[in-house]
Design a protein around this ligand. Structure first.
Ligand SMILES: *Cc1c(COP(=O)(O)O)cnc(C)c1O
Length: 238
């Protein structure tokens, strides 16, 4: 696998997209989406310049932590998090990107309080209003953010989104633009020095350049770095 070459190619395209948008290349960080990868592949990615790993699944993350696979990189949790698994993630992931409900927010607060630490989080917005997706609807973002600001063991650092699967090239861009407006808006409203709202996490292998053109500061990329993943088997699909 041409992992080092892939990482460099993605970084080059990120820098070009940033430049096009009049932004510094250093204003965008590549988060390697490491789901299904082995600890050795993760180590190789870090050796080749990955500085942040993003994990989706608690079980995989726990196994890689036991292996010290993330050594030398920061760790973000980017997947759907069930409240009963919060204890495996709080204090282990430096940033939990996928907080999409009040219930989850409060479970994270409780665990962070128990560990006596402050957990950095992003609020996940269901920007496409899709029923099947997690994240808060855009209309519920401000109340949830205000709640987050009141919690002493939570530090709200920004927003994350996964737009609807695009049918055509540049299909995600309008959703990224919507996210940028929400991000600007919420930074205005939450003008409170308790928090530094500096992360807008959006864009994956198919569309990270458009996300950067619209202001992403974190892009989460898997396939373009590691190659295609085996399909997920779901019992309800033929
Ligand atoms: C898998 C995953 C990604 C990366 O997806 P690719 O299309 O492989 O780049 C990004 N974000 C989340 C939340 C993911 O689960």
């Amino acid at each position: 696998m041409a992992l080092a070459e892939n990482i460099q190619a993605v970084k080059d395209r990120m820098a070009a997209a940033a430049q096009e948008a009049g932004r510094e290349a250093s204003s965008v960080t590549l988060v390697a989406a490491t789901k299904v990868q082995t600890s050795d592949t993760i180590r190789a990615a870090i050796a080749a310049g990955i500085t942040v790993c993003g994990e989706n699944r608690v079980q995989e993350m726990t196994a890689h932590l036991a292996d010290n696979a993330y050594e030398g990189a920061a760790l973000h949790f980017i997947g759907h998090l069930q409240t009963n698994k919060v204890k495996f993630v709080v204090g282990r992931a430096g940033l939990i990107e996928s907080v999409g409900s009040l219930r989850l927010l409060e479970a994270i607060e409780a665990q962070a309080a128990k560990l006596d630490l402050v957990q950095d989080i992003l609020i996940e917005v269901n920007i496409g209003g899709e029923e099947s997706k997690s994240g808060v609807p855009a209309e519920e973002l401000f109340p949830l953010a205000e709640r987050a600001l009141l919690l002493p063991h939570i530090r709200l650092r920004g927003l994350m989104a996964i737009p609807p699967a695009a049918e055509e090239i540049h299909g995600s861009r309008p959703f990224f633009a919507k996210m940028r407006r929400l991000f600007v808006d919420i930074k205005d409203k939450m003008n409170d020095n308790k928090t530094i709202m500096d992360y807008l996490s959006m864009g994956m292998s198919q569309d990270y350049e458009d996300a950067i053109r619209e202001g992403a500061t974190l892009v989460r990329v898997g396939t373009a770095l590691f190659g295609p993943r085996p399909p997920i088997r779901r019992p309800d699909t033929p």
